[in-house]
Design a protein around this ligand. Sequence first.
Ligand SMILES: C[S@@+](CC[C@H](N)C(=O)[O-])C[C@H]1O[C@@H](n2cnc3c(N)ncnc32)[C@H](O)[C@@H]1O
Length: 314
Amino acid sequence: MSNMDPMIAPLFAKSHGLKISDVWGAGNDVTLFTGDCREFLEQLPDHSTQLVVTSPPYNIGKSYERRTSLEAYLAREKEVINLSIDKLRPGGSICWQVGNHVDGGEVFPLDILLYEFFTRRGLHLRNRIIWHFEHGLHCSQRFSGRYETILWFTKSDGNGHYFFNLDPVRVPQKYPGKLYFKGPNKGKPSANPLGKNPGDVWVIPNVKHNHPEKTDHPCQFPVELVERLVLSMTREEDLVVDPYMGVGSTLVAAVLNKRHAAGSDISAEYVKTAWHRVEEAAAGVLRTRPRHRPVYQPPQNSLLTRKPWETSSV
Ligand SMILES: C[S@@+](CC[C@H](N)C(=O)[O-])C[C@H]1O[C@@H](n2cnc3c(N)ncnc32)[C@H](O)[C@@H]1O
């Protein structure tokens, strides 16, 4: 029998062949830590992680954060970013997904404010991805915010190399039947049969009430957004880390694609939901929005798309 105090014993579970734990261990498939992300990151070995993907709080007074001065917020983010960079493997990637800090109606784009924390540590920006979505708050004194960004940085392996594999994330060609019209390949198909590069503007629905992935978390990011990063920036069995994991969307994307995953959240409630989602993902029963599904277009002549004042009352 174990002498361990049951109150402090780590939680382990074997779920559909995955070893899941609430404390970091190199042999875990998935680690879900409850507590401050700095404490969690300190436990990870340096150079262990191929990809860090996260969306931090924006210091705008959401239920899961305590609003503070912008200076204090940035100082804390700098600590988290520095720790994340320490954990990154040479050749690895870090993706920081952010929107705006807003104060008194003035917006402060967080990617601009955070950029130097990465470059001063020698990381290189590869893309500033625009994530565009259609739904959100309606503003009356400025245009409503309908995009956020992902800063994708890489850590050089010494030869300036980093891992990137475009093929798994190619999207269908607009004109797959296009042919070369001159030169030695004249008459042959010119479009890559595997699909085209998805570009750096991603139109992906955000997780609102009728999204299949919606949980009690107010600001989840969609699994399909993270899958694109996981599939292009890691290989199977690599470690993917999310220091502000919320309800575990990053970990789910990693597990669905046979990567190891580790994350932390300050809220025990969110970690519980994340654990449940990871188990469902491992079991193949988690509902997610498929990666290639087009954005929903409402039918032309439905009650919702017709203007009520133009509807004839026959
Ligand atoms: C924008 S949400 C991330 C949501 C996540 N991407 C998802 O899809 O569920 C930010 C998260 O950071 C967590 N958080 C806030 N401060 C934290 C801290 N010091 N350490 C760890 N997590 C923290 C919050 O509880 C919240 O769930």
